[in-house]
Design a protein around this ligand. Structure first.
Ligand code: CP3
Length: 362
């Protein structure tokens, strides 16, 4: 099955005349003909065509070869009626340019061979411009934006938020309790500040370069702050740097999505730190987040990604609950509450995307 044809014109900033894509309208809180849909990690291992390419190339080769990254980005757009593409990349490659040795190890996920352990390591980190160290991703964005312009589908650029990146740089990989990261934060607050400022510098430059290359929206992933930190720690050690990042990104001239998980306990602080759209996880209903944030911003989310593995009856029930809860929200972008899992059935994805469009058509 192929994607249904066009439902929107090219992004307004391309020509100034075509109708704006429904995803971008929702980002601005404007009415749409139906609710836009895309899924975090929509390109990846649940797609057989991705697994085929991945069997021939390493993760970093896919990311660093613009034609391949563009191809992987477009794969889900060929089979589902998604309203946005997200550039195929990862949040971690910017750490390579800063001096960390990153690899994606089968069965283990990302591993950093030389994690930061002392203040000196932080002072030795470089802050090179994205055009020097991340040029292939910028080139891939240009390719995808050109390819999707006739279909009126915007490309989303993305990067990791400073805490989430710092946690990988310090722990050397994924973590359960973030003990090394939090120890550094508590014991060496000035080194922590220097690290966060360096990350803000690199990520701001990278995201602005992505917008420059043709990304029509930007998403910042703060995947792990909410799992690691309580409210006061978020306020002291994370929020100031997220404020710096989102403040600087206003210059991009495109909507910015502020996504995090596990932050229900302080979603008000998360939203106050910036971004035009707040991306929320599946742990509380959208209406609850809406109220806690004060109702001012469009929301993106928040189907539990594991619901895609449930039988249609249960899955439909959960999709209906998300749509129901979104009714009072001005600007809803339907998405998962976190990234899609590799064992997700392709058919469930197709069904949900089409169902959301049908149910919300106005
Ligand atoms: O959404 C998309 O389709 C774009 C691609 C994308 C990837 N990673 C590709 C990827 C995006 C947006 C990311 C973001 C990312 N990467 C995050 C934030 C989002 C989140 O889920 O919280 C994080 C924390 C990472 C770091 C990372 N990259 C981990 C922990 C892993 C290993 C775990 C896993 O899911 O495999 C990766 C590897 C990775 N990034 C894969 C893909 C498709 C799998 C690599 C493979 O093919 O072997």
């Amino acid at each position: 099955m192929t994607a249904r044809p066009l439902h929107a014109g090219a992004p307004a900033r391309e020509t100034g005349t075509e109708p704006e894509a429904r995803f971008l309208r929702a980002c601005r809180g404007l009415p749409t003909d139906c609710t836009p849909v895309w899924f975090m990690r929509q390109a990846g291992r649940y797609l057989p065509e991705y697994r085929e390419l991945r069997s021939r190339y390493s993760m970093l080769d896919l990311i660093r070869t613009p034609d391949l990254a563009a191809e992987v980005t477009l794969q889900p757009l060929r089979v589902f009626d998604f309203d946005a593409a997200i550039i195929f990349a990862d949040i971690l490659p910017p750490l390579i340019g800063m001096g960390l040795k990153l690899d994606f190890v089968k069965g283990e996920g990302p591993v950093i061979e030389n994690p930061l352990s002392r203040a000196l390591d932080i002072d030795l980190l470089a802050t090179p411009p994205a055009t020097e160290t991340l040029a292939p991703t910028l080139a891939a964005i240009r390719l995808v934006a050109t390819e999707l312009a006739p279909r009126g589908i915007p490309v989303i650029g993305f990067a990791g938020a400073p805490f989430t990146l710092a946690s990988y740089a310090i722990e050397g990989g994924g973590s359960k309790h973030y003990i090394k990261t939090k120890s550094l934060m508590y014991r060496e607050p000035s080194a922590w500040r220097r690290l966060m400022v360096k990350l803000v510098t690199v990520q701001t430059d990278y995201l602005l370069a992505q917008a420059e290359a043709g990304a029509a929206a930007l998403q910042v992933f703060d995947s792990w702050a909410g799992l690691a930190l309580g409210r006061e720690d978020y306020r002291r050690f994370v929020q100031p740097y997220n404020e710096m990042l989102f403040g600087a990104l206003q210059r991009a001239g495109v909507p910015v999505i502020n996504f995090s998980t596990g932050t229900a306990a302080y979603i008000d602080l998360v939203a106050a730190s910036g971004g035009d759209v707040i991306g929320v996880d599946w742990r509380m209903p959208l209406a609850w987040y809406h109220e806690r944030i004060g109702g001012a911003k469009p929301l993106q989310g928040n189907l539990d990604p594991v619901a895609l593995l449930a039988p249609w009856r249960d899955l439909k029930f959960q999709v209906d609950a998300v749509l129901q809860s979104a009714q009072g929200v001005r600007g809803h972008i339907f998405n998962l509450g976190h990234g899609i899992f590799p064992d997700t059935p392709v058919d469930a994805v197709r069904r949900v995307v089409d169902y959301v469009h049908e149910q919300t058509a106005r």
